[in-house]
Write a protein that binds this ligand. Structure first.
Ligand SMILES: Nc1ncnc2c1ncn2[C@@H]1O[C@H](COP(=O)(O)OP(=O)(O)OP(=O)(O)O)[C@@H](O)[C@H]1O
Length: 603
């Protein structure tokens, strides 16, 4: 099942404070705008706090006028209208001002977040370009890519909301509590107590529901893994008559999801009514004591009670919101931590100071006592020595795991060797920039790399300066023109992602044309092992022969024809060349090659 723990997949930040501080440092350029947004939030929240005062004032004035009527028998309509107008105008002005401030705050925070995520994406892209290949041996590409997409997106979505909510909620809570305690500390105490109790109860429910949510998420992961396994290997499942067992496994996981999700949803759904219960208790308390004070204390105003009840209601909401925002900020920090982990990974050493070493490359390659290991305690290449003359075609053969791909990786400087040297035309590749080394090689790999776009774009990938005529010439030389011509639109025919709308052999022909057009002095060919039809195989062989003409070529060989035609064959075993020579010489030796050849090619 596909459950993959590890630092890159953590849901909770290991160090919330440190990560959030670093995230805020990203905002340092915009710190004045952040402060302005905070100011907007504070002022608009203070205005919200004033609303109950206005409403209370209105009610007190109306009851005053009304009680006067009971004495005089006359209603002072003019007085009511005047009070109404005053309060109404003030209410409209404050509401409008609060809306404008909220808009300004939203506008500035959105700008800040977008700039922050834009910069994070660019920084991550720069970083990924400098990561050494062995980083990707440890971490999956999907994981790394998800930093650029999902995690940056999480920050994008949560940061604006969290920042604005934190500014707003803290101001509201502080202001309301201050007002309440200044007005009547005893009533304020009742309200605060109810909020605190409701928060404690809610906190326990949150913990419980989080436990069930986590279990549900794990069960969902199991379900994904199961579905992926079974449907990916659909045919295998059928061939081995495994459907019944697969179905039972599915039902078992499905049942677990049902149970844990039910508990998680139920526990989280009863949280709100419970909080309401405690808040309502506070209203009742304030109303009873307020009513009593109104009767017993003549200086007590009815509007005051109303105002207080409104504050009691208002204070609970931002406190709950702070709780929710804290959990959102945890997600933000977890995402930021995963991003920073990638940003802190060790980059390839900087080589910008290195000058260009070769002007014209003839393709003379020597390996001198090369040692290399991917993992500290597992030597892979041990004392590899070889010399390849310009224009020679080298076939590298050997059993699986012998180190054939590794030699190619070292030659292209995808990895740096531990000791010894690899030289091109007498210059150690360590003294060249990696890009310089790679610029001398054309590559055709087993997995034809095709992207969505026209055939023309696919062939001219990496050689954008070439004309359409040159592309066509390369395709002709690579035996590809004929097939391209038969497609609707010819060179403009649109290839789907991974080139799935053409055959495997045709995809290979396109990549051969690409290497032909790039016209590099040296070549690396990793021959495809999977079979294509005989006609295409002949075409590919012809194309490869044409491509290799006049270039030093390293072929990880699987085809009999390639091996027979090679100028020199390196027979590799356990990271070393154990035999070398041409096909006839090696067969005459009757050693490992002869054994391998006879078993593999069944001659
Ligand atoms: N990225 C890596 N990290 C750790 N070990 C690796 C890595 N790549 C290859 N190896 C190990 O190095 C050894 C040589 O592998 P390599 O891929 O060069 O063999 P190969 O001859 O190309 O095999 P095949 O014919 O199966 O492609 C193997 O034991 C392999 O397990």
């Amino acid at each position: 099942m596909n459950r993959r723990p590890g630092l890159l997949n953590n849901q909770k930040p290991a160090n919330f404070g440190k990560t959030f501080k670093r995230l805020l440092q990203y905002l340092s350029k915009d710190k004045w705008i952040v402060m302005l947004a905070a100011l907007f939030a504070v002022v608009s929240s203070l205005i919200t706090v004033l609303t109950p005062v206005l409403a209370g004032k209105l009610l007190t004035s109306i009851t005053d006028i009304w009680s006067q009527k009971s004495v005089d028998g006359v209603v002072d309509l003019f007085g009511i209208a005047l009070t109404f107008n005053e309060v109404l105008i003030l209410s409209i002005v404050t509401a409008a001002l609060s809306t404008v401030l909220n808009l300004l705050q939203g506008y500035s925070l959105i700008g800040i977040t977008q700039r922050l995520t834009y910069k994070m994406r660019s920084d991550l892209a720069d970083k990924i370009n400098t990561l050494p290949l062995n980083f990707f041996d440890k971490y999956k590409y999907g994981d790394v890519l998800s930093r650029v997409t999902n995690d940056v997106d999480t920050i994008n979505q949560t940061l604006t909301q969290s920042l604005s909510e934190i500014f707003r909620s803290f101001t509201l809570v502080t202001a309301i509590l201050v007002i309440m305690f200044v007005m009547r500390w005893d009533l304020a105490l009742i309200t605060t107590a109810s909020v605190v109790i409701s928060l404690i109860v809610a906190g326990n429910f949150v913990k419980l529901s989080q436990k069930y949510f986590r279990q549900a998420a794990m069960n969902n992961g199991d379900m994904n893994g199961h579905v992926e396994e079974v449907y990916h290997g659909h045919q295998v499942v059928k061939v081995f008559n495994h459907q019944k067992q697969a179905f039972e496994e599915f039902n078992e996981v499905n049942k677990r999801i049902y149970e844990t999700s039910w508990k998680a949803q139920f526990v989280s759904s009863i949280m709100v009514p419970i909080q309401f219960f405690f808040t309502n208790l506070a209203y009742i308390g304030v109303a009873i004591i307020g009513g009593y004070l109104l009767i017993t204390d003549s200086s007590f105003e009815v509007g005051f009670i109303m105002m207080f009840i409104q504050y009691a209601r208002q204070v609970a909401q931002p406190i709950q919101s702070i709780g929710q925002t804290a959990s959102i900020m945890q997600q933000t920090a977890a995402a930021a931590e995963r991003i920073f982990f990638l940003m802190d990974a060790e980059s390839e050493t900087d080589e910008s100071h290195k000058p260009k070493m070769l002007n014209k490359v003839s393709g003379h390659v020597t390996f001198k006592d090369v040692h290399f290991r991917y993992l500290p305690d597992t030597p892979v290449i041990q004392g590899f020595n070889a010399e390849v003359k310009p224009g020679q075609m080298v076939a590298i053969v050997g059993p699986t795991g012998a180190g054939k791909t590794t030699i190619v990786n070292l030659l292209m400087r995808f990895y740096d060797i531990d000791s010894g040297s690899i030289q091109i035309d007498g210059v150690d590749i360590k003294d060249m920039k990696r890009e310089e080394v790679r610029s001398y090689f054309g590559m055709v790999l087993q997995d034809s790399w095709i992207f969505e776009g026209s055939i023309l774009d696919n062939i001219s990938y990496g050689s954008k300066d070439k004309t359409k005529e040159e592309v066509e010439k390369a395709a002709r030389a690579a035996q590809t023109h004929h097939f391209i011509h038969s497609l609707s639109g010819g060179y403009d025919f649109n290839l789907s992602e991974d080139g799935l709308n053409i055959s495997q052999g045709q995809r290979q022909l396109i990549t051969i044309s690409r290497a032909m057009l790039a016209d590099k002095p040296m070549l690396i060919l990793d021959e495809a092992t999977s079979s294509v039809d005989t006609r295409t195989e002949i075409l590919i062989q012809k194309a490869m022969d044409q491509l290799m003409k006049g270039r030093t070529s390293f072929v990880i060989a699987h085809r009999l024809s390639t091996i027979k035609n090679a100028d020199i064959i390196f027979v590799m075993k356990d990271g070393n060349i154990i035999e070398q020579g041409n096909h006839t010489q090696l067969l005459e030796q009757n050693g490992f090659y002869a054994q391998l050849y006879n078993s593999q090619f069944d001659v």
